[in-house]
Design a protein around this ligand. Structure first.
Ligand SMILES: Nc1ncnc2c1ncn2[C@@H]1O[C@H](COP(=O)(O)OP(=O)(O)OP(=O)(O)O)[C@@H](O)[C@H]1O
Length: 645
């Protein structure tokens, strides 16, 4: 079996990768956000329009107040007072409607963006090669898809409308102020830069805190998803180090706490300093404005309006600070999302790829041919992102991973069974993974039906090839859903038929919920043998012309294995199959046996031919297969423990 890169070591490895937390936002991030915003240009325009209405009302109502005091009350004109107060009431209603519409449009734009980005990231991750999934931690991926994507929502809603509102308010309020008193306007303008100073100091620190916070969040997610899936939980229980596990978790949680405290304190500090500046600035304007009234340069109504305008001016200016901070943290979110979107999948469909012609009824299944295939597993830098692995390695990864296959050539004839045998780690699983293009060879060609697999569409390839791995995976869903994954349009009768052929129907029919039984995380509620037979039923339902089997018989008792063996024999007839064989019964039945050793084909032939040749196969036969009786496919447990193929 190929290694899957899930980390299993203890808490020691839970260290933060500084190259990730110190990472700077890449240039061009802001430019890349624009198309996402433009996709909903109408909602954005509407949002900006209602924001403009809101800002205009905020800036103009103090002028009405001035007129009410100076022209209405000052000149004892009741009619003016009534007209102006009615106008104020009218504006308040318009303002309320604008506020409601603002919430509506900002929701449409923001959550629309989250939906787009999330779908895009999911789609992109799905197209990543197997190598990516053997490296990236599930928890990190989930956190990128959730937390970081949601972080971007703020950018276009709050920030977009807030920036416009602040800008408009500034312009309108300053214009009104200027109309009322140029002296006080000048003074306010001189004070505005003061408001921006604290934001500049805190901004870069908060950016680092934000990035580290997202990374720690991803690590907590990874730790939970690894420890709380059935396999991880089992391992943790069996190796029983709950205290250490809890300590590892606590260290992450406390780092999260520290970051949150630090972020909160910085934010609060910023607020306190900004409020202080507002209070000081207002006091200065009050002092100077009051003096002007005392000297008769300014009317009282004007001063009241100026005070009202100042609160509308300094408030938004104060917000500029928090906007600066929101911008930097939001940019980190975007940057982390774009980082994933920029990861080019290693295995991609060639432009103009053709579909593998489906074999018509009665036509032979396509053959498989490997020609001088060299292969090494890709290194981390080729397929993954450090921030998705969240493991800091002591040793730099070798750029050129060890070559696993060395110029391998063979032909698996159409409609025949080819068995792969050989010592553990020889490269058998690797060979089978090159056919459905889970990986691509470094050199050489893999052909199916005479076509280089790289010239074919991935869809047609996956429709042609059915794979059953030794560790048959089932989703945490009903048996029906698990079966339908292979062929969504399959009818209940077809499912039952497939289950019967895989000798699992009686077991399923005896379950209280039958096909609707939920199998549990990774199918752990089913026994190993049952899971394998369900996987076989799923394969039979798909009924592909080419079958790749990592012999799915290891968990079966003699009786069910004999049953499965018969089912398989019948199923494999007419199909081209490549079987990683662990059983004498399988190798004896194979049309061709390939003995794989250290990434090369050492011997090939039928069982009898290879025994007569008295080479590696004969040796394997003596050490592994000889204890299995030809008529009894069950395996001697001691032999299983020293499994060679
Ligand atoms: N995802 C991976 N990344 C890096 N190296 C890998 C990966 N999967 C397998 N290898 C290495 O490739 C070599 C061949 O592994 P492979 O799983 O193909 O052997 P195998 O013959 O199927 O072994 P077994 O019978 O034990 O399953 C081994 O040295 C293994 O360590």
């Amino acid at each position: 079996m190929a290694r899957t890169g899930g980390p299993t070591a203890g808490p020691v490895r839970m260290r933060m990768d500084e190259s990730v937390t110190r990472q700077r936002i890449r240039p061009g991030t802001v430019r890349r956000i624009i198309p996402f915003v433009l996709q909903r240009r109408w909602a954005v325009a509407a949002l900006l329009a209602v924001t403009a209405v809101d800002a205009t009302i905020a800036a103009s109502s103090p002028l009405l107040l001035k007129m009410l005091i100076d022209d209405g009350i000052g000149h004892h004109r009741v009619g003016t007072v009534v007209a102006l107060s009615s106008a104020m009431a009218g504006l308040a209603i318009v303002n309320a409607v604008a506020g409601y519409l603002q919430a509506w449009f900002s929701g449409r734009v923001g959550h629309g963006l989250v939906c787009d980005l999330r779908t895009k990231v999911f789609d992109h991750l799905q197209r990543q090669p197997m190598a990516f999934f053997t490296r990236a931690q599930t928890g990190s991926l989930i956190s990128r898809l959730n937390g970081d994507v949601i972080g971007t929502q703020q950018a276009v809603t709050t920030l977009l409308s807030q920036s416009l509102s602040i800008l408009l308010t500034l312009v309108l309020v300053l214009a009104s102020l200027f109309y009322l008193s140029w002296q006080l306007t000048l003074l306010s303008l001189l004070l505005i830069p003061l408001f921006l100073v604290p934001g500049r100091f805190v901004g870069s620190r908060l950016q680092r805190i934000a990035r580290e916070g997202m990374q720690v969040d991803a690590e907590i997610g990874s730790l939970m998803s690894e420890r709380f899936n059935v396999g991880g939980a089992l391992l943790s229980k069996l190796y029983g180090r709950p205290e250490e596990e809890s300590r590892a978790f606590a260290s992450r949680a406390s780092r999260m706490r520290d970051l949150a405290v630090l972020g909160g304190v910085y934010g609060r500090l910023l607020g306190i300093v900004a409020s202080l500046i507002v209070a000081l600035a207002t006091a200065i304007v009050y002092g100077i404005g009051g003096t002007l009234v005392v000297h008769g340069t300014l009317q009282v109504g004007t001063l009241v309006a100026v005070f009202a305008l100042l609160s509308r001016l300094f408030g938004p200016v104060q917000q500029l600070n928090s906007i600066q901070i929101d911008v930097v943290t939001t940019l980190v979110s975007f940057d982390r999302v774009f980082e994933v979107l920029d990861l080019e999948p290693l295995v991609v469909e060639r432009p103009g790829a053709r579909a593998l012609p489906a074999a018509a009824a009665g036509e032979p299944a396509p053959d498989i041919e490997f020609t001088d295939v060299h292969f090494r597993y890709p290194s981390a830098t080729e397929v993954s992102l450090r921030s998705l692995e969240s493991i800091q390695s002591h040793v730099p990864e070798r750029a050129d991973g060890t070559t696993v296959l060395h110029g391998l050539s063979f032909h698996a004839p159409a409609g025949k069974m080819t068995a792969l045998v050989g010592p553990s780690g020889a490269g058998k699983t690797t060979i089978t993974q090159l056919i459905p293009r889970l990986y691509d060879p470094v050199a050489g060609t893999v052909r199916i039906g005479g076509h280089d697999v790289r010239d074919l569409t991935l869809r047609s390839l996956h429709e042609t090839i059915g794979v059953v791995t030794q560790d048959a995976h089932l989703f945490h869903d009903s048996l029906r859903a698990n079966m339908a994954f292979a062929r969504p349009e399959a009818t209940e009768e077809e499912m039952i038929e497939a289950c019967r052929a895989a000798r699992i129907w009686d077991t399923i029919a005896a379950l209280p919920n039958g096909l609707d039984t939920v199998v549990g995380d990774r199918g752990h509620r089913m026994s190993g043998g049952e899971k394998q037979r369900i996987a076989l039923a799923r394969l039979l339902l798909k009924s592909p012309p080419v079958v790749v089997l990592d012999e799915a018989t290891a968990h079966l008792d003699s009786e069910s294995e004999a049953a499965i063996q018969r089912a398989l024999e019948a199923t494999l007839v007419g199909r081209t199959s490549l079987v990683i064989a662990h059983r004498l019964s399988t190798v004896r039945n194979a049309d061709q046996i390939l003995v794989i050793d250290a990434g090369r084909v050492r011997e090939r032939g039928t069982h009898d031919e290879l025994l007569a040749a008295d080479g590696l196969y004969a040796e394997l036969y003596r050490t592994q297969f000889a204890t299995q009786h030809p008529g009894d496919p069950g395996i001697d447990p001691t032999v299983r423990a020293s499994k060679v193929g």
